[in-house]
Write a protein that binds this ligand. Structure first.
Ligand SMILES: Cc1ncc(COP(=O)(O)O)c(C=O)c1O
Length: 391
């Protein structure tokens, strides 16, 4: 391991570096303020009293109750049939990603990731001995991913085995349309590539509708999701992957067994009850309404700012990804030995006690941006709005 950069999880380390210092406004880390739902606490208490499950390991693919609850969720939300036998319970969506990469690629194979995207894909791929390769977009949205560019990328990176997309997307907030997903799935199927769809922000869509790739086709598609964002329960570490191909599923399960043995039984029981709870969709949708409202408010503040320009208006997730204007660059001119985004993140941290993530973390094309998280505690959000308005 010779590259220090790949072992640092940027947003986490930024957030933890200022977490206990008074006066900081932390907009760097995606831990939704609203979770867990009150119902999860009730489920946890009930299970603690019963405590019948702690004397055994979970089954290799996860608890059947949870797998059925997950499958049922796709039926209710998207009218998509998912066979519970095709669901594997994992340690969060991050676990699902690593298992998929290990099962679908060999050391030295290439992993196609769009630029920009969630930072973990590049870093995890490298740690697993795979080569992340970047698919540039003409603009920042999914619509501008061009099939011709994918063809060229495949010629250039012929050992590519998977293409990963994250919709709704961290950091841009863009949401991939059904039409574009169909194009991407078809391209993958034609070229023998697996499409990995990370949909952890599926519940937060303000404009249009979230479409899971599995709704388009089950062939050559792996879905990845978790309880972390939808229910505001990242601490429970329950995620899943769905893949129809039994050989791939077996391979993922085998790797999971060899690396982790099984997932925490108590956490699976809580997750199964939470996912099946009939009152929770309304609770989740009220959190989405709140995030939509916050996104609109922050957008107005950024539109009035001379230092930032919000040229990609989020359609979902809980981030803003503004570009730093010429005026903004002038403000941080003295520290421009690093990228503009790093200089700006440093400036905001030191001068205004605001923690954000520099765009450089998300890809080459976005070194002049910062990422702002809106799913923070209400008092932090209000303070952040005030500080940005006064920059
Ligand atoms: C796009 C994306 N995928 C996955 C994760 C991690 O999910 P989990 O907590 O389920 O591992 C995050 C966390 O921020 C994320 O932004």
């Amino acid at each position: 391991m010779d590259d220090r950069e790949i072992i640092e999880y940027a947003s986490k380390s930024i957030s933890h570096s200022i977490r206990d210092i008074a006066g900081y406004v932390d907009l760097s880390f995606g831990e939704p303020w609203f979770g867990p739902p009150p119902f999860a606490q009730i489920a946890l208490q009930e299970l603690a009293e019963e405590a019948t499950c702690l004397n055994r390991y979970a089954p290799p693919f996860g608890s059947m109750q949870l797998r059925i609850a997950i499958a049922e969720r796709y039926r209710e939300l998207y009218s998509v049939h998912v066979d519970p036998e095709c669901v594997l319970v994992t340690h969060g969506a991050s676990g699902a990603f690593c298992l998929s990469i290990l099962a679908l690629t060999s050391p030295g194979d290439q992993v196609m990731i769009t630029d920009p995207t969630y930072m973990l894909y590049e870093r995890s791929s490298k740690i697993l001995g795979r080569e992340p390769v970047h698919i540039p977009r003409r603009q920042l949205d999914f619509a501008s991913i061009d099939i011709h560019d994918l063809d060229l990328a495949l010629q250039r990176y012929p050992r590519s085995k998977v293409l990963i997309i994250n919709s709704p997307e961290n950091p841009t907030g863009d949401v991939c349309s059904a039409e574009k997903l169909r194009e991407l799935v078809t391209w993958c199927q034609t070229n023998g590539i697996w499409l990995l769809h990370d949909e952890v922000y599926d519940s937060f869509v303000f404009d249009g509708r979230h479409v899971p790739a599995i709704e388009v086709s089950e062939e050559k598609v792996v879905m990845m999701n978790s309880c972390s964002k939808r229910y505001g329960m990242p601490g429970i570490r329950i995620g899943w992957l769905i893949v129809k191909d039994k050989k791939v599923l077996q391979e993922c399960s085998k790797i999971h067994d060899y690396c982790y043995f099984s997932v925490n039984v108590l956490a699976q029981e809580v997750a199964a009850r939470v996912i099946s709870e009939k009152t929770l969709p309304a609770w989740v949708s009220s959190q989405c309404d709140e995030i939509r409202m916050r996104t609109n408010r922050f957008t107005k503040v950024l539109n009035n700012s001379r230092m930032f320009e919000l040229d990609i208006v989020p359609k979902g997730a809980f981030f803003l990804f503004p570009r730093i204007t010429e005026e903004g660059k002038r403000r941080v001119e003295e520290s421009l030995s690093v990228s503009v985004s790093n200089a700006m993140a440093q400036y905001l941290k030191m001068e205004h006690k605001i923690a954000v993530v520099p765009g450089s973390v998300y890809g080459e094309h976005v070194k002049d941006r910062i990422r702002i998280v809106t799913a923070v505690a209400p008092s932090v959000f209000e303070e952040a709005i005030g500080r940005f308005a006064n920059l």
